[in-house]
Design a protein around this ligand. Structure first.
Ligand SMILES: C[S@@+](CC[C@H](N)C(=O)[O-])C[C@H]1O[C@@H](n2cnc3c(N)ncnc32)[C@H](O)[C@@H]1O
Length: 430
């Protein structure tokens, strides 16, 4: 277990298996080996091992909770809910089971029951910082009025007061303050944070996002790495934030209108592949499917999910510049929102595509007729239609098609997005 906690999974697995050779049904070895198998991408084996452990010790709240976590992370929310409920039958105050239950109820769009679970959680564990943080996110994601955003501010402050190293609570606090138009307070959160931790790229970028300093041309590499390495590990948050996330499906459907019938014939790059949600949608078209992303944590998750021929940890513009005329399709889902000026990326993508190759990507909408990219308080950029169009035209793309859709929700509201397709060497759109 020490090796497991130290992330030395190979040693831990060998030792758990040695224990099981000595005692076939040793429940802790079965249970923790199950958790480890899931961490290594062998989730079905993990489920079987924990189920076997539970035959030996059927009233083990942690084992039920961990089995629930595997189901949750595999997207089986109903099964996860049942496991958390069993854990709570064994130990009604189990605060991880309570907070996990709240998360899966919210993800199943059952906000009243989720709120009830959060209430029980904070009664059972009034000093559990993560509980306040998750409740704050819940209130903001499901806000029916301004009072819920105000309450989220209280939750994030409480989470940070209870756990001063819990910097995600600070970021969440500032976003809520900004949403309430308390911009000076929002910027002050980052100034204070930067004073304590001057080299941290997160408050540096977010201070710019609050208008406290000039916006950079795109989110700095160290900010992206830091943010997404943390994000990769916090699946709970990912579930919460990804409510109604549709960018991969919508981009794949747009591409399907211009690509030949799927015949595993194209070389495709998933630029900013994240945890690999696009892979199963692109695979039927791909002879070779490569993912590239700045965050090693996200790439690790993508590797576990499978579906790529190759995965690389790299900055995508630089990667495109190094692979000229290498791709029939370059797709970038919900990633160029970390870019301000799209010009350098568009030029690199144009040169990386083969003649008649397609570029497909999504952006968030900035209103207006001009040519503008605006850094917003979330740390992401919004683009006008004109900006996307001009950047692509200047790079030499033709056949440019820009439509509007909503690809995810934020604070309970649909986020307006651009879905963009452009062809290298195509004809100009009228
Ligand atoms: C919101 S996620 C989307 C991931 C994936 N495309 C999806 O749809 O699930 C954005 C991803 O873009 C990556 N990213 C942002 N800027 C990048 C850059 N300049 N180069 C490479 N990856 C980048 C982040 O690390 C993150 O994994």
């Amino acid at each position: 277990m020490k090796a497991h906690q130290a992330d030395d999974l190979a040693t831990a697995e060998r030792l758990y298996r040695e224990v099981l050779e000595l005692r076939v049904a040793q429940p802790d070895a079965l249970h923790y080996l199950g958790v480890l198998c899931h961490q290594n991408g062998r989730s079905d084996e993990g489920v079987e091992l924990i189920r076997t452990a539970l035959q030996v010790t059927p009233r083990h709240p942690d084992a039920h909770n961990n089995l629930g976590n595997i189901h949750k992370e595999c997207g089986r929310l109903r099964e996860a809910e049942a496991c958390y409920r069993k854990s709570l039958e064994c130990s009604p105050q189990h605060h991880h089971a309570l907070s996990n239950l709240a998360v899966v109820l919210e993800a199943q769009q059952r906000p009243l029951e989720a709120f009830d679970a959060f209430e029980k959680l904070l009664k059972a564990a009034p000093r559990f910082a993560q509980g306040y943080y998750l409740l704050g996110l819940f209130l903001r994601n499901n806000a029916q009025g301004i009072e819920h955003i105000e309450q989220s501010v209280g939750c994030f402050r409480e989470a940070y007061a209870l756990e001063p190293r819990f910097v995600q609570a600070l970021e969440a606090l500032s976003v809520s303050l900004y949403t309430l138009d308390r911009r000076d307070e929002a910027a002050q959160v980052y100034r204070d944070w930067l004073e304590r931790d001057p080299d941290n790229p997160v408050p540096r970028h977010m201070l710019a996002a609050c208008g406290g300093t000039d916006a950079p041309e795109r989110a700095p590499d160290d900010y992206v790495r830091d943010t997404f390495d943390n994000f990769a590990e916090s699946f709970d948050e990912q579930l919460l934030k990804n409510l109604d996330y549709r960018a991969p499906e919508v981009l794949a459907a747009a591409l399907a209108t211009v690509l030949p019938v799927p015949g595993a014939s194209l070389d495709i790059l998933d630029a900013g592949c994240g945890t690999g949600l696009c892979a199963p949608l692109l695979r039927p078209h791909a002879r070779r499917l490569v993912g590239v992303d700045l965050s090693g944590g996200m790439v690790k998750k993508a590797r576990l999910r499978g579906g790529y021929d190759d995965l690389e940890v790299a900055e995508l513009t630089a990667y495109l510049q190094q692979h000229r005329q290498a791709w029939d399709v370059v797709l970038s889902a919900d990633t160029l929102v970390y870019f301000g000026d799209l010009g350098p990326m568009a030029a690199a993508a144009h040169d990386a595509l083969r003649p008649d190759g397609w570029l497909a990507f999504s952006l968030e909408v900035e209103e207006g007729d001009g040519d503008q990219a605006v850094l917003s308080s979330s740390g992401r950029y919004r683009h006008t239609r004109g900006h996307a169009l001009h950047a692509l035209q200047r790079a030499g793309f033709g056949d440019i098609r820009i439509s509007e859709d909503s690809l995810r929700k934020e604070f309970g509201q649909p986020v307006r997005s651009w879905v963009v397709l452009a062809r290298r060497g195509g004809t100009e759109a009228p």
